[in-house]
Design a protein. Structure first.
Length: 343
């Protein structure tokens, strides 16, 4: 018996939920985002595999999605429906008796001691399918990093095992951006150090990487490239680390006084979310997307954690004041980050 970590990831989750509600859409390109009108501003929340073939993906402007896939069916996002579907999936997953750590709506880690992790993965897939009619992919690894990356090779609705023994044969020649937590900026900085692949990063001098990225991030990057990481899976209930609200304006806002009013309005919505969570916020972050599509954020740490709406509102304005760019605004967002619970 060997201890394994399995990463369970629902396939095209939001789109799949919508297809269950509208069976006539099965096999058609489906795009979910905003209020479902691709003529309006908004971004794609998710796209079905059929739509992804046209280059449609989450975060893409809805108008661009419509140009790339004019035959797609566009639907508005329905948060309540996705939360309900997620609850059904996670309830079914826990019924199997494995230690299960929920990561969000559509993914979870499972710990299993078994001589046949693929059999466990298939059992998970079959049980979720029977209980919810939703498909999932399962990545198998010796730790969380391996399991989560393995899921990329399991999709759709398959299984894939990635271990220390196979790590470099599978990922060694891949660009560093294939690793979790390495975005385009980090990938570019690594390239400046002559590090282009996962194997390059794994073989890199830790001190040199730490000198560029810091004493914490640098060693972590090298460790990740070596496929090393925690194998701990906890059954503690998943709780969100933050709550956020945002809005995309159909017409750019040029008056900064109006921008401040909108930030206060969003801060009020976030305050109600914080109150519902019954956990104090410790930091408020404001997101601004300038026309045409440049996004940046600034945050304000509170002097003490609170759920007070006036304090949250003032912190949001203080974060907004850190923006020096006064170009027209097309999107605003406010996020409250929660105080961490005591261990």
């Amino acid at each position: 018996m060997t201890a394994w970590v399995l990463h369970v990831d629902l396939d095209q989750f939001i789109a799949a939920v919508e297809v269950l509600r509208r069976p006539e859409l099965r096999g058609r390109p489906v795009v979910v985002g905003g209020d479902g009108d691709p003529a309006k501003r908004g971004v794609v929340a998710t796209a079905s595999y059929e739509a992804r073939k046209f280059g449609v993906h989450s975060g893409l402007p809805m108008r661009t999605a419509a140009r790339r896939c004019p035959g797609a069916v566009f639907l508005p996002a329905d948060r309540d429906a996705y939360e309900a579907a997620s609850d059904r999936v996670m309830t079914a997953l826990r019924q199997l008796g494995y230690v299960t750590e929920v990561l969000g709506w559509d993914e979870a880690f499972v710990a299993a001691e078994t001589g046949d992790p693929e059999a466990v993965a298939r059992r998970i897939q079959q049980h979720i399918k029977t209980a919810t009619q939703l498909d999932c992919s399962v990545g198998i690894g010796e730790n969380r990093i391996q399991a989560k990356l393995a899921t990329n090779f399991a999709k759709p609705a398959g299984t894939f095992r990635l271990t220390g023994q196979t790590w470099f044969s599978v990922l060694g020649g891949q660009p560093t951006g294939a690793l979790l937590g390495i975005g385009a900026k980090t990938e570019h900085k690594l390239a400046e150090l002559g590090i282009g692949t996962v194997a390059d990063l794994a073989a890199a001098d830790i001190a040199a990487v730490a000198a560029r990225f810091g004493p914490t991030i640098g060693p972590w990057l090298v460790q990740t490239a070596r496929g090393l990481g925690s194998a701990e899976v906890t059954a503690e209930p998943w709780v969100p680390r933050s709550r956020s609200r945002e809005t995309t304006f159909q017409q750019n806002i040029e008056d900064w006084a109006q921008v401040r009013e909108e930030v206060l309005r969003l801060a009020g919505q976030v305050t109600r979310d914080v109150e519902a969570e019954q956990r104090p916020a410790r930091r408020i972050v404001v997101k601004v997307r300038h026309a045409p599509f440049f996004t940046s954020t600034h945050g304000q740490t509170l002097s003490e954690p609170t759920g007070d709406g006036s304090v949250i509102g003032q912190a949001a304005l203080a974060a907004l004041d850190k923006f020096t760019d006064r170009r027209p605004v097309r999107l605003l967002g406010v996020r409250a980050e929660f105080e961490e619970a005591e261990p």
